[in-house]
Design a protein. Structure first.
Length: 201
């Protein structure tokens, strides 16, 4: 299967998060895996001199991606800063629909149109995640985003995602919280999610 992660953290930096580990496990199981982390934006360019990982991500963008442990990690470039994207569903949609996968490479180069399944853990990617109806969408909620960003508009973005998602994955702490996941929707735990993914053809 071709699987695409839309994640909040790029691979290869100081922070190793769940999407990195899941992507590597699924790649080892024989799936074609693309991992798309939070995009670079114009303000990031001011950090090139002081932030080595920003420089690495820019080089990754110029190459159209980097292979890391069997996973193709893509660092898109967008004009709209991520902090702005969280303010409304419309801005989040614009944030993720207007990206370049590499120099002169638009959204098609991200590989989403040919993906069998998209695994989303960053609500700001709502525009990309819901771009193609009929494709399997898994929403892997990892945080209470509205509380973390102190932005109640994030709740509405997550409700849009939850209404569209085919599968919802959350750990026990989120299942017990006031997360905007619809209470009547079935949820998978992380262990069950890995088991299901591992048995996929």
């Amino acid at each position: 299967m071709k699987l695409v992660f839309l994640a909040h953290t790029a691979m290869g930096g100081d922070f190793v998060v769940g999407s990195h580990q899941l992507a590597k496990v699924l790649a080892r199981k024989g799936h074609q895996v693309i991992h798309i982390g939070a995009p670079l934006s114009i303000p990031h360019l001011s950090l090139l001199a002081s932030k080595p990982f920003v420089r690495r991500r820019l080089k990754r963008w110029m190459r159209g991606g980097e292979l890391i442990d069997g996973v193709t990690d893509v660092a898109p470039l967008t004009a709209l800063p991520g902090r702005v994207a969280q303010y409304s569903a419309a801005l989040a949609g614009a944030y993720s629909r207007h990206m370049l996968a590499g120099p002169l490479q638009g959204l098609a180069a991200l590989g989403l149109d040919t993906a069998d399944c998209v695994i989303l853990d960053d609500p700001r990617f709502v525009g990309l995640a819901t771009r193609k109806p009929g494709r399997t969408l898994i929403y892997r909620a990892t945080d209470l985003y509205a509380q973390m960003h102190r932005d109640p508009d994030m709740v509405e973005i997550e409700r849009i995602i939850c209404a569209r998602a085919d599968v919802l994955v959350a750990d026990r702490s989120l299942r017990r919280s006031a997360h905007p996941i619809s209470p009547h929707r079935a949820l998978l735990t992380m262990r069950n999610f890995l088991n299901c993914s591992g048995s996929a053809p």
